[in-house]
Design a protein around this ligand. Sequence first.
Ligand SMILES: NC(=O)C1=CN([C@@H]2O[C@H](COP(=O)(O)OP(=O)(O)OC[C@H]3O[C@@H](n4cnc5c(N)ncnc54)[C@H](OP(=O)(O)O)[C@@H]3O)[C@@H](O)[C@H]2O)[C@H](O)CC1
Ligand SMILES: [K+]
Length: 461
Amino acid sequence: MPQPILTAAAMRDAETAAVAAGTTYAALMATAGKAVADTAARFALGRPILVLAGPGNNGGDGYVAASILAERGHDVIVAAHGDARSAEAIAARAAWQGQTIALADAEPRPILIDALFGTGLSRPLDADVATTLQSLVDAAEFSLAVDVPSGVDTDTGADLGAPHGLTATLALGAYKPAHLIEPAAGLCGHLFLADIGVPARGSWHVIARPQLVPPPRDAQKFTRGLVVVVAGAMPGAARLAARAAIHAGAGYVILAGADAGQPEAIVHKPLGDPADLAAILDDDRIGCVLIGPGLGRDDRASALLDIAVASRHPLVVDGDALTLLGREAPHRLAPRADIAMTPHAGEFARMFASADGKLLATLSAARAIDGVVVHKGPDTVVAAPDGRAAVQIERSSWLSTAGSGDTLAGILAARRATGVDFFGAAQQAVWFHTRAAKLAGPAFVADQLSHYLPAAIGECL
Ligand SMILES: NC(=O)C1=CN([C@@H]2O[C@H](COP(=O)(O)OP(=O)(O)OC[C@H]3O[C@@H](n4cnc5c(N)ncnc54)[C@H](OP(=O)(O)O)[C@@H]3O)[C@@H](O)[C@H]2O)[C@H](O)CC1
Ligand SMILES: [K+]
């Protein structure tokens, strides 16, 4: 099972269920604190440790970790912020027998454990707390956030005064949106996950390596998946998408309206009049249609888009097609079955009002179009209209290059054409795209990405 992603409230519910099933909150805090101590000890190498402990259970985890580390012989000081509030945090603080100072008096130490605030953060950090925390992080050689960096919104990933430059974050029990969604994800540093004995389930999860099977023995090119890519004003983008599609497992790729170039296996069909597209799409063997990369935004582009939307095939809408749809996207697409769109942040904002952070905004967009939305970025979110969501955890910042999105759209069309539903196909596409980028090495050109797709697929068989 892929790792679930839980909101702060869902994590609290999971914790409550675990306690109802027989554990105690104190036992959970003991397990969490031990996980923090174990992680910090791995990197401390005998260097002095400063634990920042806030008033809630995040601080409680910090006191437990401090006690365990001191018992193991580490040099530990706790800097406390506010009085412990919950029964478990009060007990953890009472059990701490080492030196405690006020946060305002804390001097930097090489190892820093940030247990000021976790999932209970309810407002931005006070400016003086944020400044102190930042200076202690800056001065530390290794800094570890407990559960989430203090000062991020757990559910939206918003930055409410969190420090920059943390070395690592230890997520407790489950990933939260803040671990994966920007800007919070970028503030976490290296991400570790600790099992604290709380069974966590939900309809959101991280995108995992796909599990594939080779084509069946009786496979032929059309059953492997026939993709039609519609080209427009800037045919290069559609070519990139078509090449990605044929390297991503589709059995047959037609490029409608542009000369395919390489590889020769892609079939070129001319589009004189936009109405020619209707004839090309009148084919039951088609597994998926892709429209949008380099389509243009003129009347011809609109006419091609109308025909693609009216067709009966699974449809991926990307690039210029999204801009053409704009605010009309829900109204135009919702009545149509089997649809996915792949907007980047700018295209998304032209179609949908954004609120509540990227994850919830993408889920609400998926409901609005009654289809799958792949909201691209370093923190790509795939959302389905039934409330399921999957978020990218493996990343490659080298994917921020021209043609990268066209390639993703082509992979998505190919995976859908092989028979996977759009929610599954989109997760596969995001994974293959990133994996191909890693295999391609740094500073690749998007044209090269396709060549690494077969190897990425090979890792999943
Ligand atoms: N997930 C689990 O199963 C376990 C999690 N643990 C740890 O518990 C924290 C969550 O603990 P919680 O007590 O709910 O919340 P916090 O520790 O994050 O902090 C809440 C207190 O902080 C006050 N607060 C909130 N925001 C601010 C702020 N900006 N400035 C000052 N004070 C703030 C808040 O006060 P309110 O006024 O909002 O009520 C609370 O007093 C989780 O992250 C894990 O680390 C368990 O230990 C193990 C099981
Ligand atoms: K924290």
